[in-house]
Design a protein around this ligand. Structure first.
Ligand code: ZN
Length: 281
């Protein structure tokens, strides 16, 4: 214990007391590989369309937005393609965050590992047996004679739901290039909306500094604007399709003149003539 080092902390005020200069931290705090978690929600052992890989594990706590995002996406897959096996969900975070075995990130309740939907070689859906590595042909060898096929159809619907949800606010989907190519090719062939394919292509990323993620998708949820104020550190892009603020009209000279005038009678007119950037309706 070195009391001299404590002095600045003590004089700075009590921890946990919100002040205008130091609002109380809450939710996902810090960055995914060095942070903690407050106010976490636990993913139940099973629910409509999903099941936990490790039912008794203590590491199924997450930011409530992540937990709801998983439930919504898994539910949507089960509804769109009934009769399949549930989504098998791997680790999220410990109840209060911090380091958990086997992961560098997963410390702030914003990361979750999702196992792939799989089928038999002839296309019958079966529950994922765990972390199974898929090649670029979409096949995996589990035992000497047993092969599994990547259920491209269900995995695409899962990705589509995750990248499309404004509530969930997903930031990244870490998966191998081989898996990404299979999913994107399928989406194109199916005639999915180009903007959804663009989002998926943008957010699917093969990690450069760890395993190539050919046996699961690691989903990272973004910090919301509120959470950033409360201590969540994003480290990465905020995709334009996640921003929920209404688009502002262009502030041209006329609009600025109206704002600056004492009696802004023509303000509404000034705004209505300015085109909204990127606005198509
Ligand atoms: Zn992971």
């Amino acid at each position: 214990m070195r009391p001299a080092l404590l002095l600045p902390l003590v004089t700075a005020g009590c921890f946990g007391v919100p002040t205008p200069l130091a609002p109380s931290v809450d939710g996902s705090v810090g960055v995914p590989h060095a942070g903690v978690l407050r106010g976490a929600e636990e993913l139940p052992a099973r629910g409509p369309g999903f099941v936990r890989l490790r039912p008794k594990s203590p590491n199924y706590w997450g930011n409530p937005r992540l937990v709801e995002g998983i439930r919504a996406a898994a539910g949507a897959v089960a509804q769109a393609l009934p009769g399949g096996a549930p989504l098998v969900v791997g680790d999220i975070s410990a109840r209060r965050g911090g380091k958990i075995p086997g992961h560098r990130s997963h410390r702030t309740g914003r990361d979750v590992d999702l196992l792939f939907y799989v089928t038999t070689p002839s296309g019958a859906p079966v529950p994922s047996p765990g972390f199974v590595k898929f090649g670029t042909d979409g096949l995996a060898q589990v035992k000497d004679e047993l092969h599994l096929r990547l259920d491209v159809e269900r995995n695409w619907v899962l990705v589509r739901e995750l990248v499309s949800s404004r509530e969930a606010q997903v930031q990244w989907l870490f998966a191998s290039r081989g898996v990404e190519a299979l999913l994107i090719d399928y989406a194109r062939a199916r005639g999915e909306p180009p903007d959804v394919i663009w989002r998926a292509e943008t957010m699917l990323l093969e990690p450069g500094d760890s395993s190539p993620h050919d046996d699961h998708i690691h989903v990272r949820f973004a910090c919301s604007a509120d959470e950033e104020v409360a201590g969540c550190e994003g480290g990465g892009p905020r995709w334009e399709w996640l921003v929920s603020h209404p688009p502002l009209p262009e502030l041209d000279a006329r609009a600025l003149g109206e704002i600056a005038s004492e009696d802004p009678f023509g303000l509404e007119a000034a705004f209505s003539v300015a085109p909204a950037p990127g606005g198509d309706g």
